[in-house]
Design a protein around this ligand. Structure first.
Ligand SMILES: Cc1cc2nc3c(=O)[nH]c(=O)nc-3n(C[C@H](O)[C@H](O)[C@H](O)COP(=O)(O)OP(=O)(O)OC[C@H]3O[C@@H](n4cnc5c(N)ncnc54)[C@H](O)[C@@H]3O)c2cc1C
Ligand SMILES: *[C@@H]1O[C@H](CO)[C@@H](O)[C@H](O)[C@H]1NC(C)=O
Ligand SMILES: *[C@@H]1O[C@H](CO)[C@@H](O)[C@H](O)[C@H]1NC(C)=O
Ligand SMILES: *[C@@H]1O[C@H](CO)[C@@H](O)[C@H](O)[C@H]1NC(C)=O
Ligand SMILES: *[C@@H]1O[C@H](CO)[C@@H](O)[C@H](O)[C@H]1NC(C)=O
Length: 516
């Protein structure tokens, strides 16, 4: 599920399957006849038939294709595409009454569809697809932007820039959705100054399990407000996020494609940059490794950003000394940068994540493991059929310090005592499910090897970031027992029947605060 980070992969990594942008066709069938699928029929009975898309509709396959990963493209009994919070509320109250049919496991929730396969869609049931709730507004008096969950960050940035010349702390890849990103925490170009994106949420509008609509903020339902800052889909469906906004300033933005053989110098640069983060909160660096088609080596791309638009910024001087194949550096709006940085989906993806203390030795070993993965997968599934990928991101103490100063969140990263690296490794598979299974096994084994090495080096942190994790990783458990207990208490309070725990299907245990 690369690149869980960002980057103009469409331009830079042409071997990714580039799909035509599957703009969801939002024409909705007027659907009034019974379908035979209990949750779909109960929505029709509730008067929401006009919001359903069934397999017999022309809008169905384009909607299926709007999920980012090919292996997330399940075909539900029906899509429910609400346009208002009220419709979400009516639907949840109605769905509460269906318990038969396929049993309890028959609902999934989706915003931008970039989350990991199984978290956001369901084959045997109804997928609540918030894609048509994609608006954004600005309240100048309160300096707050209200954003609906189904928007994509590129559109949110473009709209807020257009209507009020303001911006918010959101995604770097413009195709990523608002809802999942904010509910998982959110690492942004602005995290060095504003904290995780969830720390900029001043209010959530939420539909609870019994269909009630509530507001959660610092004064009202403040326990829910806090739990939603990183706690995911355990408390309700968020239908509006109110976000702190700031004047939109053009970024200094660039991508260096480094010449082959640069990895050692890249790693030393990343380590040094990470350790300097405290003094350069406006500077942001992401490095991405990807195997080239036919497995002819690794390509390393470095993305540099200065959020104040300072083209003379010296923080990247060392990086800029590494010879490049191509290099860009220019001022542009966040809206344009996000639009230009959309990783093409459409491949089968598997990835996992680790966070470890800032160590050149561990980073070097991770690069060795990536090469080994490439060799082994070339033998097993064919060099033409995959791209192995790895993303290295500075994860300085600064991020948790800023987040703590804004009231904290559920991630528990304040327990990490020093600067760290947020690591993602995985594989995009171009062929079939059999190859994906092999890639998954090999990639998982790579992560375990890295984990063991990290432990040996004394660089372990417990933190597993939900937004980058594999479903088998216990990310909520990694947020610390105190935070986990708090999330359970909040879930019990707002959802005493465990609706979000047991009615939402195809989710792994690690996504639920109270697994079976
Ligand atoms: C190409 C790419 C780039 C990325 N870049 C970044 C990045 O820069 N920084 C970063 O932190 N992460 C990044 N990510 C990870 C990303 O934040 C997660 O994949 C996130 O879940 C995507 O949000 P979404 O709305 O598109 O996801 P979805 O798949 O729609 O949702 C993800 C999860 O959230 C739940 N959910 C969604 N909306 C709601 C709602 N309104 N109410 C309740 N539950 C909801 C879903 O049920 C699902 O479990 C990236 C991922 C990809 C694939
Ligand atoms: C946003 O939602 C509207 C309906 O509210 C829909 O017509 C439009 O296509 C959506 N935009 C995207 C990019 O999905
Ligand atoms: C940046 O450097 C250029 C020369 O390289 C100079 O002309 C310009 O004034 C500098 N800008 C800032 C903001 O310092
Ligand atoms: C987004 O990027 C695409 C491809 O580079 C370009 O064609 C399009 O005009 C851009 N959209 C906006 C709104 O800038
Ligand atoms: C809905 O659930 C909330 C949270 O448990 C509760 O406060 C509220 O009274 C419930 N409303 C109804 C109508 O049952």
């Amino acid at each position: 599920m690369m690149f869980s980070s960002v980057g103009n992969f469409r331009a830079l990594v042409p071997f990714f399957l580039v799909l035509l942008p599957c703009l969801a066709q939002n024409s909705i069938d007027a659907q009034h006849e019974a379908t035979g699928f209990p949750p779909c029929d109960i929505l029709i009975a509730a008067g929401l038939g006009d919001r359903l898309v069934l397999a017999t509709s022309d809008a169905y396959e384009p909607r299926v294709a709007s999920w980012w990963s090919a292996n997330a493209r399940f075909r539900p009994w029906c899509f429910f595409l609400p346009t208002t919070t009220y419709e979400v509320s009516v639907a949840i109250a109605a769905l509460d009454k269906t318990g038969s049919g396929a049993g309890d496991w028959h609902i999934a929730v989706r915003s931008g569809g970039h989350g990991f396969p199984g978290s956001n869609n369901i084959a045997k049931g109804v997928t609540i697809d918030l894609g048509n709730m994609n608006g954004s507004w600005y309240d100048a008096e309160r300096q707050v932007a209200s954003v609906q969950p189904g928007g994509r960050w590129k559109d949110v940035y473009a709209n807020l820039l257009d209507i009020a010349q303001v911006t918010v702390t959101g995604g770097r890849d413009g195709g990523v959705g608002v809802g999942g990103f904010l509910l998982g925490g959110g690492v942004s170009y602005h995290t060095g100054t504003n904290g995780f994106a969830c720390n900029t949420v001043t209010n959530y509008e939420v539909v609870l399990a019994n269909g009630t609509i509530v507001q959660a903020n610092g004064n009202k339902n403040s326990d829910l407000w806090k739990a939603l800052k990183g706690g995911g889909l355990n408390f309700g469906i968020v239908t509006r996020f109110d976000l702190e906004a700031q004047p939109a300033v053009d970024l200094a933005y660039g991508q260096n494609v480094l010449i082959p053989g640069s990895s050692d110098e890249v790693i030393d640069t990343v380590v040094e940059f990470t350790d300097r983060s405290q003094g350069q909160p406006h500077d942001h660096l992401i490095t991405m490794y990807a195997s080239t088609p036919g497995n002819k080596g690794v390509s390393v791309i470095a993305i540099r950003v200065n959020t104040q638009g300072d083209l003379n910024e010296t923080a990247f001087d060392r990086l800029n000394k590494i010879p490049t194949v191509s290099s860009t550096w220019a001022k542009m709006s966040l809206a344009d940068a996000a639009n230009a940085s959309q990783a093409a989906g459409g491949t089968r993806n598997t990835q996992s994540t680790l966070t470890f203390l800032n160590s050149p030795k561990v980073l070097r070993y991770s690069a060795v493991l990536l090469e080994q993965l490439m060799v082994s997968l070339s033998e097993k599934i064919g060099a033409e059929n995959f791209a192995a990928q790895m993303v290295l991101q500075p994860f300085p103490k600064l991020y948790s310090d800023v987040s703590q100063s804004k009231g904290g969140n559920m991630l528990g990263v304040e327990r990490i005592e020093s600067n760290a690296i947020l690591w993602v490794g995985g594989v995009a598979v171009f062929s079939d499910d059999a190859a994906l299974a092999i890639a998954q096994a090999e990639s998982g084994a790579m992560t375990e090897k890295l984990k063991a090495f990290i432990a040996k080096e004394g660089a372990t942190t417990d933190f597993i970031y939900m937004n980058y994790a594999d479903p088998s990783q216990d990310f909520l458990g990694s947020y610390g027992s105190e935070n986990l207990l708090f999330m359970k208490q909040v879930a019990n309070h707002y959802d005493p029947k465990g609706w979000w725990q047991y009615r939402v299907g195809a989710r792994s245990a690690s996504i639920r605060v109270t697994p079976h």
